[in-house]
Design a binder for this molecule. Structure first.
Ligand SMILES: [Zn+2]
Length: 117
């Protein structure tokens, strides 16, 4: 895992690249220049947050078997599925593990403790 300073340095470098690429701020995007800057920054921050959640959910380790919530029999890992949900900063598409219970003959998706549907 990267250090906070290392990540902060990469964020600074990425922000410099974005600023250069975006060019002059369109003041019509806010009530004034600073408001337009903040609106653009918040929009980009939300997009980065959503993409980071997507990427991290894909990298999350999964168990080969998880107990079925219906009968308790071991459910087998079947792969990942995409799920759309509403995060703190807007819509997210995450990847989550899908399991199959041979006893119940149904798929299930173990809920995360922080699952918000
Ligand atoms: Zn079952």
């Amino acid at each position: 895992m990267a250090s906070r300073e290392g990540i902060r340095g990469r964020i600074d470098a990425f922000a410099c690249e974005l600023a250069a690429e975006l060019g002059d701020v369109d003041e019509s995007l806010g009530d004034c220049w600073l408001d337009a800057v903040e609106n653009q920054a918040v929009e980009l921050g939300d997009a980065i947050s959503a993409e980071l959640a997507c990427q991290l959910s894909r990298r999350r380790s999964v168990a080969a078997q998880v107990p079925c919530p219906q009968c308790g029999a071991p459910g087998r890992y079947r792969g990942q599925r995409s799920r759309e949900l509403i995060g703190r900063r807007g819509p997210l598409t995450i990847s989550e593990p899908e399991y199959f219970c041979p006893a119940c003959r149904r798929a299930f998706f173990p809920a995360d403790g922080g699952d918000r549907g």
